[in-house]
Ligand binder design. Sequence first.
Ligand code: NDP
Length: 312
Amino acid sequence: MTGPGILFAATEPRWSDYEAPLRAALEAAGVTGYRLSPDLPAAEVDYIVYAPNSSVQDFSVFPRLKAVLNLWAGVENVAPNPTLTVPLARMVDEGLTRGMIEWVTGMVLRHHLGLDAVLARQSGDWLPVVPPLARNRPVGVLGLGALGKACAGALATLGFPVTGWSRSPKTIPGIATRHGEAGLAETLSGARILVLLLPLTGATRDLLDARTLALLPRGAVIVNPGRGPLIVDEDLIGALDSGQIGHATLDVFREEPLPRDHPFWAHPGVTVSPHVASETRADTASEVIAENVRRGEAGEPYLHLVDRGAGY
Ligand code: NDP
């Protein structure tokens, strides 16, 4: 009996990086008789391993498609696709989570310890500036999902008082949690450093505009590895120019690559990072994909299903 047909429909990450880890993970998961290729006839495709840059845009051409397995955590490019009528799973991967914890804690500590000023003061002048302890620097984390919750926990372990905001109410040991409009205002008003780990949906687009940026304490720092359109660019520049926002470290942008003439590049209050906060790792991500293929074949519920109504 033949097993499932699995189409690798991504150009980035590369097939050459995924072929061996995917085969190893499928075999370890006990999936047998599978065909895995970047080039399968549409009639033989049961699963699509997907990324936003995929040439596949019309899912209706795959008559026996069972599920689309996204290699990225964010699904804003595929969730609204009207031709997609089968389950969509997104990536929750231990490697991705560890990478995000490292990037977020690194950026938060950079601002907390004033490392930019230390690096700029290598002039021979002895100018001791003692940073406050983390416990005196409240941090807000917008989004308490796989990544936001992990980063909030790591920051709390370092001693930062962390308040997190999500769509639904949550209880997380060591983290103050908020939800709803009033909860957003409360989270923002206390956050001297704000980390954005929200997905991009109709409800989160333009969340940080002139009105909400004004709720932050004066001089607050923004760290955004979530998605560019969570922030209104012009309003952020206005808030940086007025001193309302002290600095913005941005990993994601409305347009990527960020155009060379975008004002963020030249702004002294902005650090541009080229969407590298965290990457899906081929070895750990392949295990997630393989487990979902195994589940699909066994008739078990998929891991990390997207709620397409909510958009994430
Ligand atoms: P999850 O889906 O696990 O978590 C999303 C969180 O956001 C949840 O806590 C959810 O609330 C909350 N949320 C969603 N909509 C709203 C809303 N309208 N109001 C308040 N809270 C809301 O996502 P992940 O943690 O896995 O990933 C988050 C995002 O990080 C991704 O969507 C992607 O955009 C970005 N990312 C960036 C990378 C990079 O390299 N820069 C790498 C990977 C991801 P609730 O818990 O109630 O559902």
